[in-house]
Design a protein around this ligand. Structure first.
Ligand code: C5P
Length: 227
């Protein structure tokens, strides 16, 4: 299991300062919408200049027509990204186009499909998708698998079911982790480190429990020791 640290702080200065404290750790760095919209490609270069071995996870959750998704992946691959997210609900054709394009790249990022956002509970999910959350997550995962996508973003509550159905090589990435039972904030379906292990998650994403801590590097170290 690998740790992705979410850089969701309000300025690039604060995010980079956080990373300075984590520069010797074996972590993935998650750049989300907030950071990428504000700080763009130079932010990716700044991260690499702190530690060129940091793996970069660009969490833009692409959702568009197949051709635009493919073109976006082309640009993403040019800036040295190691993992990227798209929405499974963008559909089979879009996922297949992206997966096939990734196969033509010499250094392709892992492509992960978002199933249901972890901020959804059953009621909120049903309002949009008119279907049961658990069932839909598995359906999205099966579709992503069939399209040739590397894995899915899901909660720890679905990760094991996905592994059981699609095999352990189909990756799962689980956000909404409160490693040692911290405050859940806006996340509805949170899980601890132990839950994530039990759920056979390949990547956990941790944001606030690290960057809001008094000593972020101590929390990150403790997580790494426990995974
Ligand atoms: O602060 P916290 O640990 O809740 O942050 C979780 C991170 O994971 C955020 O950057 C959020 O955008 C992201 N994420 C999520 N749920 C998903 C996909 C990504 O919370 N389904």
């Amino acid at each position: 299991m690998e740790l992705c640290v979410a850089l969701d702080l309000p300025s690039s200065y604060e995010n980079l300062k956080l990373l300075e404290g984590l520069k010797n750790e074996n972590i993935w760095v998650k750049v989300g919408l907030r950071s990428f919209i504000r700080d763009g490609r130079t932010f990716i270069e700044d991260i690499k200049s702190i530690n060129p071995n940091f793996k970069i996870f660009l969490d833009l959750k692409l959702y568009d027509i197949p051709n635009t998704m493919k073109d976006s992946l082309e640009e993403i691959a040019k800036i040295g990204i190691d993992m990227v997210t798209i929405h499974a609900s963008s559909g089979y054709e879009a996922m297949e186009v992206v997966a096939n394009y990734a196969k033509t790249l010499s250094k392709a990022p892992l492509v992960m499909a978002v199933t249901a956002l972890t901020s959804f509970n059953q009621e909120g999910f049903c309002e949009i998708y008119h279907n049961d959350l658990d069932k839909s997550v598995l359906e999205f995962a099966k579709l992503a698998y069939k399209a040739g996508i590397n894995g899915v973003v899901c909660s720890c509550f679905e990760s094991k079911m996905i592994k059981e159905n699609l095999g352990k090589d189909f990756l799962t990435l689980t956000p909404a982790i409160r490693p040692f039972g911290e405050d859940s904030g806006d996340q509805k379906r949170v899980a601890t480190l132990e839950d994530a292990k039990e759920a056979m998650s390949d990547f956990i994403v941790v944001g606030r429990p690290i960057y809001k801590a008094e000593n972020p590097s101590a929390v990150a170290k403790r997580i790494l020791e426990n995974i």
